[in-house]
Design a protein around this ligand. Structure first.
Ligand SMILES: [Fe+2]
Length: 374
């Protein structure tokens, strides 16, 4: 049984921000989870079903992650992202503010987790940017129009994770994407990643923090909305500087001539799993060409040293808040959003088993491996 990543896999993981492990999940665990999907009643909540959490807790992924990352709570929940097959490019406006059919790369929507999203206007929005923003953030779970940490998006992520409105991402340590369906073809509904984008995001967070201490959308260099999108209310899932850094004359465009970064589809078959950095821009895509529904439970792990007194479920992209967005209690002197900012600006701090490789690779590239102090 595989118990840890090899040094070569760690080097790939350092460079790319993700690593695919073929056949890492024992076949009996895969079969049991696939059967659980098949027997699910329509609308049944499978968040906490152990057929899925066992894919981590009873598989080699648990020791592999303990070695590479460090201690974490065994997940008791997961997010299920299922995409039916035969999806076609559609007319509706996607979150980016462009028509789904006009977005390249099977509509892959590269984003960071922890961003609150609201209802995408399906007609071009009217009014000033301020009016469009106010209407947009009034369509979340709470329905309130205010720009506050109490405002919760339709995906349960808060507009701001902290009451001081300085952190709109939160963040965690690692993704685990477990594959339960054939996602080995282009346009198979798989997860896509921006290869190497984690390094650029860490640099960007450090720059944002130095500017004024605010990180994520609505911090420096990262407006939340793009009013030049066709619906005038497109979500800036990534900052402009990242879109620019990862596009060139070979990039595919939308009809307005805007270039989009080419994502890397993560090809997997049942039993494979992908480990990815929180920091890597990633996104789902249309399942146009798959032969079956795309099925992948997604786990979000946090190194135990971030919040030793909190038990993480493993399904949340906003672990500094409760799943429904309500506030958690932290002991005196423990500011969770500052700890999260530290992790956003020091992405390998929570990868205990990566320290030697990171130091080597950074030295080889002439990059500093100093801690970025807040
Ligand atoms: Fe995501």
């Amino acid at each position: 049984m595989k118990m840890q990543l090899t040094d070569d896999e760690k080097r790939d993981f350092y460079r790319d921000g993700f690593v695919v492990l073929k056949d890492v999940i024992p076949q009996d665990l895969v079969a049991r989870a696939q059967v659980r999907y098949k027997s699910a009643q329509s609308g049944e909540d499978l968040t906490h079903a152990d057929e899925f959490t066992d894919l981590i807790n009873r598989s080699p992924l648990a020791p592999i992650m303990r070695e590479a990352m460090g201690e974490f709570d065994p997940p008791s929940g997961t997010r299920h992202i299922v995409r039916v097959h035969g999806q076609k490019p559609a007319e509706h406006f996607a979150a980016l503010g462009y028509r789904d059919k006009d977005l390249p790369y099977y509509g892959a929507d590269l984003h960071m987790d922890g961003e609150a999203v609201f209802q995408t206007p399906q007609e071009p929005a009217e009014g000033t940017p301020e009016e469009i923003y106010e209407r947009y953030i009034a369509t979340g779970r709470k329905g309130g129009p205010e720009r506050s940490a109490e405002n919760i998006g339709i995906n349960f992520a808060p507009l701001f994770h902290d009451p001081a409105l300085t952190n709109s991402l939160g963040g965690f340590t690692a993704f685990l994407f477990v594959c339960l369906s054939d996602q080995s073809m282009h346009g198979g509904g798989q997860t896509n990643v921006l290869r190497g984008g984690h390094h650029a995001m860490e640099r960007f967070f450090r720059w944002q923090y130095r500017e004024n201490g605010c990180v994520g959308p609505e911090g420096p260099g990262w407006p939340r909305l793009n009013h030049d999108a066709p619906n005038r209310c497109g979500y800036m899932h990534l900052p402009d500087s990242i879109y620019e850094e990862f596009t060139d004359e070979n990039s595919a465009c939308t009809p307005d001539g805007r270039r989009w970064p080419e994502p890397t589809p993560v090809f997997m078959t049942p039993g494979d799993a992908t480990i990815a950095m929180y920091h890597i821009p990633h996104g789902g895509s249309r399942n146009e060409n798959g032969h079956s529904a795309r099925k992948s439970p997604i786990f979000a792990l946090v190194n135990k040293k971030r919040q030793p007194n909190k038990v993480m479920v493993g399904n949340s992209d906003h672990p500094d808040r409760a799943w429904d967005g309500s506030f958690l209690n932290f002991e005196e002197g423990n500011n969770p959003w500052e700890r999260s900012k530290f992790a956003l600006c020091n992405m390998y701090h929570e990868w205990d088993g990566m320290q030697a490789i990171v130091a080597e690779e950074r030295m080889r590239a002439g990059d500093s491996n100093e801690v970025f102090e807040l």
